[in-house]
Design a protein around this ligand. Structure first.
Ligand code: DPP
Ligand code: ZN
Length: 870
């Protein structure tokens, strides 16, 4: 596909003030009539006499300008676009097209899911509905009329407010919706179906009542309560924390089974993947509940950060995504434990975004070019983008940051703007010069910060060096502005005063490639530095911590991130001794068990945090820290260490399992934290049992009991996973019983598939082949494909990298099949091969051969990813 470049941006030549859509839904096809009120953009750079519109997979039935019908050669229809020459300065263009939602398996534009019609237009799906300037800087008022059979589709929804409805001949009906807020077409949405509704209302700060309607299939009506509660909390939070009030009289959310992404923030009519909105304790894990809360909030927050103020072009995607992720993370921090939320977010960034930023897909948060924008809905744009906003929040302080975000929303309301516009507001309010800071948007790669220190005459000297390794297409890197928050701890783990004011925490700003910072401290022993507190910048920090220092940090640091980071460093060090130095796993136990025992002793203070501290890094995370990547060696080391810790600390794990048991389900954070810690304890015991150690019968009985009478899905699925992953007695019958019990619950069945696809070991490839042949497997259902192929490729290294190449063959066959059905999903899954260049040679050769075979027939989406990887 042709390359689109940021430097080629030109303002649109034509504006569309009003868009009147008429969508007629019939069996077998839909007819879309679009009446566009077009005028020349006075701010347009160039003044073409022709109008160019985007359009794909559209059958043009008629076209007219100001009621004058046009036929070829009055217009030109080419691949992906319609050109109309000789248009006046201002006119009405009316087009009528036929489209085929039934056969739309790409799930872009208008399509069907379980008998309903729905849409997904971001980024470039609207061009599959009608001819339009499909770019985010063309904002238009939409009035939409939908016609359909009344019995099959009693509910007809679009953006904005309902303004008209009524019966039509032949048992049909119509509804008209009007959205008073001009919007880019990527925020357009339409739904037609027979759905159940949970209704509630919210009174805004200024006293307006907003109707809240959440829709799902009738069978799922009892799973909407948590999303509704989350929505109301998000609405109140955005008023309090960001001063943002909702603007329409109605806010609707529709749950859809077939969906490429998590959810979509269409104006007044959000459309959600069922996995991000439905929740019930019997069918949804605690992690699922948390995800629903954060995604509901995320999409709601977009109403301001994305919809009222939108992106000028897709290079600015992080303007809305990075900012909105920051907003949803802050919301989750306020609703739950701030320290635990921060660690979860950092864990995700470090173990998923960092690898992206260090591999072939590395790109700046504001990319400079793309072939398919769908491929840039990445962790870099979202998660690193959020960290960039977080650093600005930290640099300005909460108060100025709020004033700057107020200014941003006020100044750019109703406009399509850039990341520079956002930062300009931060600068204007604070008086800070953020010109160097802005390199964070344009420079790809994870900066490496190396710290070294000296202590003499009561002065602690900290030297920080920064370096960003080259990334594809960007070999020269410049120094970034890196805020490093720090404290210094004495032997007892007490934070030392850093200056006369007695402050024990400070932020130093690293701007040059190397700088030294000095702190007079009243101690005679070299202190332990607590660095990058709160993960104050998205960098990889290197410092030669001594084991005793890490133990001090883990036990005493008041910063939650640093405690977790210390635990991680201890684990990575132990694993490196096994993997690189050939030490025995058993030899690590003497060093690690006292550390874990100490965390367990204090677990009652905060079970959720203890669960995080006691969780070993994943195979993927460990693999990423060893070059070349040897997945089997990593798997063996981690399995041995986990089983060893399971056995060595068995008494403590059992005590946790017993003490943390709850006779009845409770939904609050405390109960969730306890369940989480209990699952960690069971995980260790199961690993030991799987290795033939410990009291296996007792453990299996415990797990069976949880499966037979579960208090909630967290327990039930946790027990199933423990049995299956460790190949314990009863695993296969448990799987069969689980499938029997949950066969009608698609989201639970996704978990059933995923549990099996993530059983460690090469044998899982054959098992996964069997899953693809299962009656309940559907290639057209992205959640199901992700559950089998996605989890195996991204979450099961010892299967994916099976020495005989069978995992790669499985992967390539799946990609090929999928690319013909849904190129976006195929391209996304292909990223699972991004570690190709880091693999040991025998594996790399097999993987690249498998991928090369796919290249000739690949879609534009898949081809872009393959070319970067190969
Ligand atoms: N804009 C959506 C979201 O991230 C994804 N398409 O909320
Ligand atoms: Zn978003």
């Amino acid at each position: 596909a042709p390359v689109t470049r940021l430097t080629d941006y030109r303002p649109p030549a034509w504006l569309v003030d009003h868009t009147r859509l008429d969508v007629d839904l019939r069996d077998g096809h839909a007819t879309v009539t679009a009446e566009l009120t077009v005028r020349r953009n006075p701010a347009g750079d160039d003044r073409p006499g022709e109008l160019v519109l985007d359009g794909e997979h559209l059958e043009l039935l008629s076209l007219s300008v100001d009621d004058r019908p046009l036929g070829e050669p009055d217009y030109r229809l080419e691949e992906g676009r319609l050109t109309v020459p000789g248009v006046p300065e201002q006119f009405t263009l009316t087009s009528k097209v036929r489209i085929h939602p039934e056969s739309n398996t790409a799930l872009e534009g208008l399509y069907r899911s379980n008998g309903m019609y729905c849409t997904q237009c971001e980024a470039e799906g609207f061009r599959r509905i009608t001819f339009f300037p499909d770019r985010p800087d063309v904002l238009s008022r939409f009035t939409t009329t939908i016609h359909a059979d009344r019995a099959a589709y009693p509910l007809l929804l679009s953006n904005g407010n309902p303004v008209d409805s009524g019966d039509e001949e032949g048992g049909r009906h119509f509804a008209t919706w009007d959205d008073p807020f001009p919007k880019p077409c990527y925020l357009f949405a339409l739904v037609a179906g027979d759905l159940a509704c949970l209704e509630d209302s919210f009174r805004t700060a200024s006293g307006r009542d907003v109707a809240l309607r959440l829709y799902a299939e009738h069978r799922d009506l009892d799973k909407l309560g948590h999303a509704m509660d989350s929505l109301k909390r998000a609405m109140a939070w955005d008023e309090q924390v960001f001063g943002r009030e909702y603007d329409l009289d109605i806010f609707q959310v529709v749950a859809v089974s077939h969906f490429n992404m998590g959810a979509m923030e269409n104006k007044g009519l959000n459309i959600f993947n069922t996995s991000c909105v439905l929740a019930h304790p019997a069918t949804t894990t605690d992690a699922g509940f948390e995800r629903v809360e954060s995604v509901v909030a995320h999409e709601y927050f977009h109403n301001w950060s994305g919809n009222r103020v939108t992106c000028r072009d897709w290079f600015q995607l992080s303007l809305k995504e990075g900012f909105t992720v920051f907003r949803d993370q802050e919301f989750s921090s306020d609703m739950n434990s701030r320290a635990v939320t921060r660690v979860e977010n950092v864990d995700f960034l470090v173990n998923h975004q960092f690898p992206e930023d260090q591999g072939p897909m590395a790109h700046p948060v504001r990319p400079s070019e793309y072939q398919k924008i769908d491929n840039f809905y990445t962790l870099t744009v979202y998660e690193k983008g959020s960290e960039i906003v977080r650093m600005q929040h930290e640099l300005l302080g909460a108060e100025d940051f709020r004033r700057a975000s107020d200014l941003y929303f006020e100044r750019f309301d109703g406009q399509a703007v850039t990341c520079d516009d956002f930062v300009a507001c931060m600068e204007e309010v604070s008086g800070l010069d953020l010109s160097q800071f802005k390199r964070w948007y344009s420079q790809a790669g994870t900066p490496l910060v190396t710290a070294s220190d000296r202590f003499a005459d009561g002065e602690y000297q900290l030297t920080l060096r920064q370096e960003t390794p080259p990334t594809p297409g960007q070999s020269d890197k410049q120094p970034l502005m890196i805020p490093v928050k720090l404290a210094l701890l004495d032997d007892q783990g007490r934070a030392l005063p850093l200056d006369d004011s007695g402050a024990t925490e400070t932020v130093v700003i690293l701007r040059d490639s190397e700088q030294t910072f000095r702190f007079p401290v009243a101690t005679d022993r070299i202190p332990t530095p607590s660095l990058l507190r709160g993960f104050s910048a998205p960098v990889s920090l290197r410092y030669p911590f001594k084991e005793a220092q890490l133990i001090t940090l883990l036990a005493h640091d008041s910063d939650g991130f640093c405690r977790w980071d210390a635990a991680q460093r201890l684990y990575f060090a132990a694993l490196a001794r096994i993997i690189d130095d050939g030490e025995d796993a058993a030899a690590q136990l003497d060093r690690l068990t006292p550390v874990l025992e100490q965390v367990i002793q204090r677990a009652g203070e905060d079970p959720a945090e203890a669960a995080l501290l006691l969780t070993l890094p994943t195979e993927t995370a460990v693999g990423d820290r060893h070059t070349p990547l040897r997945p089997q060696a990593v798997h063996d080391a981690l399995s041995a260490l986990r089983a060893g810790l399971g056995e060595a600390l068995a008494a403590s794990w059992w005590r946790l399992v017993e003490e943390l048991a709850e006779p009845e389900y409770r939904a609050d954070g405390e109960a969730m934290g306890k369940r989480r810690l209990r699952q960690v304890a069971l995980g260790y015991l199961s690993a030991a049992a799987g290795a033939g150690r410990g009291d296996r019968d007792k453990l299996v009985a415990q797990l069976q009991g949880m499966l037979d009478a579960p208090t909630c899905m967290t327990e039930e699925l946790g027990a199933l996973r423990a049995l299956v992953h460790n190949q314990l007695p009863g695993a296969e019958p448990a799987l069969a019983a689980f499938a029997q019990r949950w066969r009608d619950e698609a989201l639970v069945m996704d978990q059933w598939f995923a549990v099996q696809a993530t059983v460690p070991g090469a044998d899982t490839v054959a098992r996964a082949e069997g899953l693809l042949a299962h009656d309940a497997f559907e290639w057209t259902l992205p959640n199901r494909v992700r559950a089998v192929v996605g989890t195996l490729v991204n979450g099961n290294p010892s299967a994916f990298h099976a020495p005989d190449g069978s995992g790669y063959a499985f992967f390539a066959r799946a990609l090929k099949k999928l690319d013909g059905i849904n190129p976006q999903i195929a391209a996304r899954l292909a990223n699972g091969a991004a570690r190709l260049q880091r693999l040991e040679p025998a594996l790399a050769e097999q993987l690249s051969a498998a991928l090369r075979e796919l290249r000739p027939a690949a879609s534009a989406n898949l081809a872009e990813v393959l070319d970067r990887i190969l």
